[in-house]
Design a protein around this ligand. Structure first.
Ligand SMILES: [Zn+2]
Length: 444
């Protein structure tokens, strides 16, 4: 017998806006979206009232680090944190794990590590590094979503950056597939050693012009090859015009930013608090304004976490030296309330949030059944109370290490229930997440 479930809410984030609706789920799929009061004869019924219903978030930028650096983060802890934060699909980055995901064999090692321990669905980016051009199409055939690359030192010796020419070669190899090349865009020629241990010196060492020059390199490569290109963690608001102009010229380019660039500003980083260190850096308040404008006008397409924790000792919190601390912000579980806390103040809606955090990332990842409350999509759904406030305590978060720059911050918006393919996610229950390939089928 098939199970049916209807979930009603006066605030359902649909692709065309927020409205009262009833969502009918049959087995694992959204079968209908009807009026709030519609009689649908379901076998189970949930009425959320004023509590909102969002499509499950798709976080295309998560460093799980397993296998190899599971002491930094792992599939079990990361996917539990994701579920608690309303994220029903994560896309794992190809570096920080050992091996890095730059060969089919390494992908197999990653799939073996992930199998059976994921609380939400997981898909995988491959890596493009010097010398693995011959692996790209086989990796794509094996099920990766596309390829991450760096134009600057990644901090990981076995994941070196591509030159402009190597970037172009990778894009040429992938142009026919439509799979995206997603790029960490900072130009090493514009980056220098910080002049001191503090945060301002760190920001000055990685100026916006480094992002600009690298984005220009990406735009040229995408224009010359026809490949689909994507800028990860855009942090320089003054590059928005460049991204917008490339899009207007018909180049297949998109860009994401992260909650921390939209929430924090460099002026607010307390001295020595290296949990704020990430690359590119969180910049000053006027830059944050520019990022919000770019997001509101659609120049920036999406918002994803870049959750990238490390072993706590690598953050060097005792000395608080931004030169030596490992870069990366841990925030997977609180990206949604962090973004919403600021978005609501700015008069933006939950439909905007759903577009940035669910719909766009699902399309970037090539997962057509994810990211929308629409007929035929997976019933990945999140009950979200947009008015509830809470104080972030790192020790209560489910990712592996409690260190987070949001510690002690009051955020608005609380995830109360999550359904993965029609079934409530139970944090202590069985790991029901699937491993997904580009297109959405099972991988491995
Ligand atoms: Zn990253």
């Amino acid at each position: 017998m098939t199970e049916t479930l209807v979930i009603r809410s006066t605030r359902v984030a649909l692709p065309d806006g927020v409205r009262e609706a009833a969502v009918l789920v049959r087995d694992d799929t959204i079968e209908a979206v009807e009026d709030y009061g519609a009689q649908l004869g379901a076998t189970a019924e949930v009425d959320l009232g004023e509590c909102a219903l969002l499509p499950g978030l798709v976080d295309t930028h998560v460093h799980v680090n397993e296998p190899g650096r599971t002491d930094w983060e792992g599939f079990a802890s990361a996917t539990r944190a994701a579920a608690a934060g309303g994220i029903t699909t994560i896309c794992d980055m190809p570096l920080n794990s050992v091996p890095v995901t730059t060969t089919v064999q390494a992908l197999r090692a990653k799939l073996a590590a992930a199998a059976g321990q994921c609380a939400v669905d997981v898909a995988f980016w491959g890596g493009a590094v010097p010398g693995n051009a011959g692996e790209l199409v086989p990796l794509l055939d094996a099920g990766v979503l596309g390829f991450k690359c760096f134009l600057i030192d990644s901090g990981i010796a076995d994941f070196p950056p591509l030159s402009a020419e190597e970037l172009r070669a990778a894009m040429r190899a992938l142009a026919d597939s439509g799979a995206p090349v997603i790029v960490h865009a900072e130009d090493p020629a514009e980056v220098r050693e910080p002049t001191g241990p503090g945060y301002d010196a760190f920001v000055a060492s990685r100026p916006t012009v480094a992002e600009r020059r690298a984005i220009e390199t990406v735009v040229r490569a995408a224009a010359g090859t026809g490949a689909r290109a994507h800028i990860v963690h855009l942090a320089a608001g003054d590059c928005a015009a460049l991204v917008g102009a490339a899009k207007a010229a018909g180049i297949a380019l998109s860009a994401e930013t992260c909650p921390h660039y939209l929430f924090f500003a460099a002026e607010e980083v307390p001295a020595g608090r290296t949990e704020f260190k990430c690359c590119p850096p969180v910049r000053y308040a006027p830059n944050r304004e520019a990022l919000w404008r770019a997001l509101a006008t659609g120049v920036i397409d999406g918002v994803v976490s870049d959750h990238s924790p490390c072993a706590p000792e690598l953050k060097d919190t005792e000395r608080g030296d931004f030169r030596t601390a490992w870069g990366g912000i841990a925030s997977l579980q609180i990206g949604l309330p962090a973004l919403w806390t600021v978005a609501r103040r700015r008069g933006l809606s939950l439909a905007d949030v759903a577009r940035w955090m669910s719909e766009f990332p699902a399309s970037l990842a090539g997962l057509p059944a994810k990211g929308r409350i629409a007929v035929g999509c997976d019933a990945d759904l999140v009950a979200f109370d947009p008015d509830a406030a809470f104080v972030v305590r790192g020790s209560e978060l489910l990712h592996k290490h409690p260190l987070t720059p949001y510690e002690g911050r009051t955020l608005t918006g609380r995830v109360s229930r999550v359904w993965l393919r029609g079934i409530p996610v139970d944090p202590g229950g069985p790991a029901r997440g699937r491993l997904l390939r580009r297109g959405g089928g099972s991988i491995g």
